[in-house]
Design a protein around this ligand. Structure first.
Ligand code: ADP
Length: 289
């Protein structure tokens, strides 16, 4: 397997790269991750079952789309494919370190710049991608309300029903959606899509990086909301983001709504531990709208 991956890297990079060492690196919840090296050059490799190829392809295409904006650093995808019934994705190796205040400020500034990149096709993306291990549909849709209702919240509720989830106020929440999003008319922004604290890091050269995306064009507030869901980013990040592009009124309420998508996704992936959290968020939203 490593020989074939070496050959692919050689072909794409036009070098004589050969994997001489590989070591497992922790952190990833979905895939097996490895550092592979020839001795003087390294790459980051993710492995999964062959069925993971579409997920890797969508990740690579998301990284390419974000990289093209030249607004924020992402790991460069090198190649992906299947070898010996294993799907692989090879990315540029990045040495992460401890980010200083200036680096997190730059993260906020750069993310706002990426969010300025818009689409004239509306909300969605060219392909379906994967969030965690859940398929994420991205059909192009003219308005945000319809997109979020049908392809984000509605999608996760449908999956949750199949998993036996019990959300007594689901219908009330869906009925309250027009009110919760009333007067909110965001532009389609290029999003990371899965921006929890594990997917943002700073290199040893103090460059802010975002990784492991579930890219699409949507409301920028969804990216910001997720930065506060499982821990939060340093305050310099928020200060710089708001200085570059202030968030609008009503964000605090929408934050809970947008993060409900991710909590339901966690329920769908990891089970009942997240049901209570989702129900508390639903109750709050129904009460506060
Ligand atoms: P998964 O898709 O399995 O969740 P991630 O892409 O989140 O995997 O990567 C897991 C961990 O590996 C990250 O938290 C990070 O510490 C490290 N990592 C990710 N990408 C790179 C890279 N390009 N170079 C070096 N380390 C990386």
């Amino acid at each position: 397997m490593w020989q074939e991956i070496s050959a692919q890297i050689r072909e794409v990079t036009q070098t004589d790269f050969e994997i001489k060492h590989h070591r497992s690196v922790g952190g990833g919840s979905i895939n097996q991750a490895y550092a592979v090296s020839s001795g003087d050059h390294a790459y980051f490799v993710k492995l999964n079952a062959a069925s993971g190829l579409l997920m890797f392809e969508a990740e690579a295409r998301g990284l390419v789309q974000m990289a093209k904006t030249r607004t924020i650093k992402v790991p460069q995808p090198i190649c992906w494919g299947i070898t010996e019934s294993t799907a692989y994705l090879v990315l540029e190796w990045l040495d992460f370190g401890y980010g200083n205040h200036a680096a997190w400020e730059m993260m906020g500034h750069n993310l706002a710049a990426m969010h300025r990149v818009t689409s004239d096709r509306g909300f969605g993306w060219d392909i379906e991608n994967i969030i965690g291990s859940t398929p994420q549909p991205n059909p192009w849709t003219e308005d945000w309300f319809t997109f979020f209702r049908d392809h984000r919240l509605g999608h996760q509720f449908r999956l949750a029903r199949v998993r036996g989830g019990h959300f007594p106020q689901e219908n009330e929440l869906m009925d309250a959606l027009p009110k919760l999003l009333a007067g909110h008319d965001p532009q389609p922004s290029l999003l990371h899509g899965d921006l929890w604290s594990g997917n943002a890091a700073v290199t040893q050269l103090q460059e802010p990086v975002i990784l492991d995306p579930a890219t699409y064009f949507g409301d920028r507030e969804t990216d910001l909301a997720m930065t506060e869901l499982f821990g939060s980013f340093p305050k310099e990040f928020y200060r710089a983001y708001n200085a570059a592009w202030p968030l609008s009124n009503g964000y605090t309420l929408r934050k809970t709504l947008y993060n409900l998508y991710h909590v339901l996704n966690h329920f769908n992936q990891f089970g009942s531990g997240y049901e209570g959290q989702a129900n508390r968020m639903i109750t709050q939203l129904v009460r506060d709208c």
